[in-house]
Write a protein that binds this ligand. Structure first.
Ligand code: ATP
Length: 272
């Protein structure tokens, strides 16, 4: 059903406080939040408000989280769909879903539309795609038509996320479409410490827990991996009957998450 394909008019209570690190990206997106909050301030001098921005970065780094936080900060509805939802869809269905989504968004504006994994629909022609070329092209064309069909003062901001900006059809990146790129990188040690602090909030931890050390022991981890570590550590400690989570539980959880990441990497790039 449609409801499964995109979250309809979801009220968001996530704010920038839930997004740790990503300081530069936050500054850039705050500008967009302000466009949604006070559009007239920007159009007063004849300027055109941008319609969309591309969030670029590896998986699990907080692109979706940041997009939701923008909706939460601007207090506007959040509509989302994922490029991968269109995989294996019958020809014509993808395009009509895109049309429906924009129709609803226009009724609820100001609002944010978030398209995750836009590369699944926005790949340049001829690249080996995961969905049939006809269907992908229909869906992409409809998206371009919709984006061109409203003015920047309509109060709809379209955000899209990808970890492969290089494969995107250049039509998507033209002025008036996704003409801004915001990069969301894997966190450095300070960023990781901040992310640990966010995800440790609901967890009962031992007074001897060294958060800085945890951050040092998790190079290369994305925010999603850190969230995973915190949850695993709590489960490991609970299984052992402890009343607080300590360093050894976190060590075990980190090992487990590293094991999972290695397995995933092997699946993605099998040794040949
Ligand atoms: P994907 O490309 O796989 O969709 P993404 O970049 O959209 O990934 P999110 O879905 O936003 O990543 O992140 C997954 C989860 O990881 C978040 O819901 C959050 O719990 C945690 N997380 C990721 N980055 C951060 C961050 N910077 N601060 C706090 N939590 C984070």
């Amino acid at each position: 059903s449609k409801a499964q394909l995109f979250d309809k008019d979801v009220k968001v209570n996530i704010t920038f406080a839930d997004v740790a690190g990503l300081d530069e990206a936050k500054v850039e997106v705050m500008e967009i939040v302000d466009f949604l909050k006070q559009p007239k301030k920007y159009t007063a001098l004849g300027g055109k408000i941008p319609k969309g921005a591309l969030l670029v970065g590896p998986p699990g780094t907080g692109k979706t989280l940041l997009a939701k936080a923008m909706a939460g900060e601007a207090k506007v509805p959040f509509f989302s769909l994922s490029g991968s939802d269109f995989v294996e869809m019958f020809v014509g269905v993808g395009a009509s879903r895109v049309r429906d989504l924009f129709k609803q968004a226009r009724e609820k504006a100001p609002c944010i539309i978030f398209i995750d994994e836009i590369d699944a629909i926005g790949r340049a022609r001829g690249r080996n795609a995961i969905m049939s070329n006809d269907e992908r092209e229909n869906t992409l064309n409809q998206l371009l038509v919709e984006m061109d069909g409203f003015g920047g003062d309509t109060g709809i901001i379209i955000l899209a996320a990808t970890n492969r900006p290089d494969v995107l059809d250049s039509a998507l990146l033209r002025p008036g479409r996704f003409d801004r790129q915001i990069s969301i990188d894997r966190p450095d040690v300070t960023g990781r410490e901040q992310i640990f602090k966010v995800h440790l909030k609901p967890i009962k931890v031992s007074t001897t827990l060294d958060i800085h050390k945890l951050a040092e022991q998790t190079p290369g981890f994305a925010g999603a991996d850190i969230a995973n570590v915190c949850n695993e550590a709590a489960l490991i400690a609970a299984r052992k009957g402890k009343d607080a989570v300590d360093m050894s539980d976190f060590q075990d959880a980190i090992d487990r998450v590293i094991g999972g990441l290695e397995k995933k990497n092997k699946l993605i790039s099998p040794e040949e």
